[in-house]
Design a protein around this ligand. Structure first.
Ligand code: OGA
Ligand code: MN
Length: 376
């Protein structure tokens, strides 16, 4: 059984898709023994330790951003994937809670755009957090209640708002990028030797335990010399990293809460997917690193989360994962080309749904991510 995943990889033509289906399967549950777990360190011939640029971010600056000093980060590379960097949870205790809260309470607010905006009025999607918490507090136990807006949230875009229909970013769909997220992204990029990285666009993905994200490439950004940063919070996921061609074989790895993935250089345009969310086996379902007391200094951009807010976040995170991707869209000193729409034929982000489900309904918001049970 342990060799099952490996033999599928060797199959050739549709290796990635088969691996995706292998891990997405629920009955019987897939054997996860071939999934790389970076939190366990270097355990096989595929993983190696990576040096980071420790002088690029001062210890004080890192701590102010809620991060351990760069010299303490555990960074890994994968043989065969140059430019791919995996940083195993570099967050100070107490800072991940802030990012979870930002993603649930702050970033879905206007003027940012979310999946619910595609079929609801601005008034209806205003104050998603407030409307949902009011509904949650009125919940009567044992009764099946309609889903809150928070539970229906699937994606939020920041900065240059990705247009799922045209697969482009544009100058006229832009709102300010959150400065605290910009700071953290800049530190991570600098530590990975990309000191000029500018966080210009964010795509936040909200996964429930039964969601998946299909096989795709992120190529709509106009500058591919800059990395794509990906942050994971809450429940763990299985991430599949493939090749430059869709049918190339893929490598499976866990992404746990706090982990950061950097796709740069030759790995910037690799196919990838998230076939499965893996619920934390602990009794309270919340990852241990989200339960520790705070080590964040007083002068940090990372603020304390109120107990009331954290109660709501905890409930959410018991069955969910939040993924934050940060991208630089434009080259340094470059503007959007006039009247251009760079449409390529490779399956890119909004085609991802083709791969992840057998269900056939849905507008753009439902296409991106799938729940096996079917969302309402
Ligand atoms: C994306 C993406 C992966 C993840 O948003 O483009 O690939 O880990 N996310 O959720
Ligand atoms: Mn992606």
């Amino acid at each position: 059984m342990a060799k099952m995943a490996a033999s599928i990889v060797e199959h050739g033509e549709d290796a990635f898709r088969k691996l995706f289906k292998f891990y997405k399967r629920r009955n019987p549950p897939p054997d996860l023994s071939d999934v790389i777990d970076f939190s366990k360190g270097v355990i096989n011939g595929k993983v190696f330790c990576r040096e980071l640029n420790t002088g690029s971010v001062s210890e004080a600056a890192a701590r102010r951003a809620g991060l351990h000093p760069v010299e303490d980060w555990k960074a890994f590379g994968l043989h065969g994937y140059p430019g791919f960097i995996f940083i195993s949870n570099p967050f100070l205790s107490g800072s991940q809670q802030y990012w979870v809260k930002q993603c649930l309470k702050v970033y879905p607010r206007k003027p940012n755009i979310c999946n619910l905006d595609l079929h609801m009025s601005a008034e209806e999607t205003q104050n998603i957090w407030e409307k949902s918490t009011a509904q949650i507090s009125q919940k009567r136990s044992g009764k099946r209640e309609p889903k809150t807006l928070l539970e229906k949230l699937r994606w939020v875009t920041l900065g240059y708002h990705y247009n799922w229909e045209t697969k482009t970013y544009s100058a006229d769909q832009h709102t300010p990028f959150p400065s605290e997220l910009h700071t953290v992204a800049q530190h991570v990029a600098s530590a990975c030797s990309f000191p000029d990285f500018t966080a210009e666009a964010g795509i936040l993905n909200y996964y429930h335990f039964d969601s998946s994200l299909g096989i795709h490439v992120d190529e709509s950004e106009l500058d591919h010399t800059q990395p794509l940063l990906s942050f994971s919070f809450g429940q763990s996921a299985i991430f599949l990293l493939g090749g430059l061609r869709r049918e190339d074989p893929a490598t499976a790895m866990f992404m746990h809460s706090g982990d950061i993935m950097v796709m740069s250089g030759p790995s910037r345009l690799l196919y990838h997917a998230v076939p499965k969310i893996v619920i934390n086996p602990g009794a309270d379902l919340v990852p241990q690193c989200l339960l520790q007391r705070s080590d964040v200094p007083e002068d940090s951009v990372v603020r304390r989360v109120s107990e009331q807010d954290w109660d709501v976040c905890t409930k959410y995170i018991q069955t969910s994962r939040i993924n934050v991707t940060v991208r630089q869209v434009l080259g340094k000193g470059v503007a959007f080309p006039v009247g251009s729409a760079d449409r390529s034929t490779a399956p890119s982000l909004n085609d991802a749904y083709h791969e992840s489900s057998s269900e056939g309904e849905g507008g753009v918001d439902e296409k991106r991510m799938r729940s096996s049970s079917g969302d309402s």
